[in-house]
Design a protein. Structure first.
Length: 238
């Protein structure tokens, strides 16, 4: 049987991905998580710009017109469009110590979580081929009338992400249909995150619809409320 990681990389366009240095998208990001943290509509209509080689990303507007966020694993900030720095925080992940799912966020918490999460999403699955990542195919999963192969990915400590181990579900087209993780910075919420409505941009296949749900102990999603809903209207690669 062909190596699942390589099948996934090829199906999403890994050969072309190497020529790009940045990715930009127009998005709507809503859901129960943002409301619970005190920011229900903060990311409802945003432009996201992410660096591909480095873990760097920004949202604009961010919390107010004329402002944008800046994210790196070791620093987050909020800047004015003219470049003036409004506020910043070093070692931002430490600011989540002791948080539970009910703990409210300030704007820099929001900048960190939304920054690392979206950088991961936009760069998946291509980050699987980077040094320090480990992959292992595990037992398949039956979802409705389909059987999905599953890939367990172990992330290196250098990459900010939800949890060090995540499981990616691969459909018959070798595209990622779901990922499971524990959202550690929000109290370790077990999450089933579905991806769909793939579109091709410059030869790269990207899901334009994401829906995340809390996950039962048996792996099934709890579908009585959407934790995160992401809709992407356009992607530009350069």
């Amino acid at each position: 049987m062909a190596d699942l990681r390589d099948l996934v990389l090829d199906a999403h366009g890994a050969g072309r991905w190497k020529r790009f240095r940045s990715i930009e998208g127009d998005m709507s990001i809503v859901g129960g998580l943002w409301a619970r943290k005190g920011w229900p509509d903060a990311l409802k209509s945003v432009r996201v710009t992410a660096d591909i080689a480095d873990q760097q990303l920004s949202y604009q507007p961010f919390t107010a017109e004329g402002l944008r966020s800046f994210y790196r694993p070791d620093e987050v900030a909020i800047d004015a469009f003219d470049g003036k720095r409004i506020k910043q925080r070093s070692n931002p992940r430490q600011a989540f110590a002791g948080h539970t799912p009910a703990t409210p966020w300030d704007d820099l918490h929001l900048a960190y979580f939304s920054g690392y999460a979206m950088w991961n999403y936009l760069n998946t699955p291509f980050i699987f081929a980077l040094p320090g990542f480990a992959s292992e195919e595990i037992e398949p999963w039956v979802e409705g009338h389909e059987t999905w192969r599953r890939l367990k990915i172990t992330f290196p400590e250098s990459v900010a992400t939800h949890s060090p181990e995540q499981v990616f579900y691969v459909n018959g087209s070798s595209l990622i249909a779901r990922l499971d993780y524990f959202a550690n910075v929000v109290g370790g919420i077990p999450t089933a995150h579905y991806t769909s409505d793939y579109r091709e941009f410059d030869g790269i296949k990207i899901p334009t619809k994401r829906r995340a749900y809390r996950r039962n102990a048996d792996g099934t999603p709890i579908q009585d409320g959407i934790v995160v809903a992401i809709d992407i209207s356009n992607i530009r690669l350069s």
